[in-house]
Design a protein around this ligand. Structure first.
Ligand SMILES: [Zn+2]
Length: 141
């Protein structure tokens, strides 16, 4: 199950990269993730996206008049093996702070929270913006 800082980082990422863009095409990756058939997925096509909100660990992406709501832990329960493989390939910077990003070569950074930490590539994942590091913020006070 993802921790709250990871869900918030994902919300920020989606908000930055999707808000204002128009959905061109929607395809379900697994029938089991569909909880509704009305409105159909095609109702999202041609609609503007954003903003993305977070309610606890639920993410809500507004598309036109509709809201796509997801919880990453629930998705795990539906497509666990497949999701794990995707997660592994998607987590190319996990545990690699200080090493070059395998995609762009920038230095992978680490940010720590009260009870966890995560690694990220500032170029690929935050648009060059460094995330506030709790340890560093404490030193700078
Ligand atoms: Zn990178």
């Amino acid at each position: 199950m993802p921790e709250l800082p990871e869900v918030e980082a994902l919300r920020e990422y989606l908000d930055e990269h999707l808000t204002g863009r128009v959905v061109e095409r929607v395809l379900p990756l697994a029938v089991s993730v569909l909880k509704t058939y009305d409105p159909p997925l095609t109702a999202l096509e041609g609609q503007p996206a954003g903003p993305t909100d977070r309610y606890g660990k639920f993410l809500s992406l507004r598309i036109g008049e509709l809201h796509l709501v997801t919880h990453l832990a629930r998705a795990h329960g539906l497509a666990a093996g497949q999701l794990k493989a995707e997660k592994k390939s998607g987590l190319r910077v996990h545990g690699r702070a200080g090493e070059p990003c395998p995609v762009c070569g920038d230095t992978v950074r680490s940010v720590s929270f009260a009870d966890s930490s995560l690694e990220y590539c500032p170029t690929c994942q935050t648009g060059g913006k460094p995330l506030a590091d709790r340890r560093l913020s404490r030193l700078l006070k």
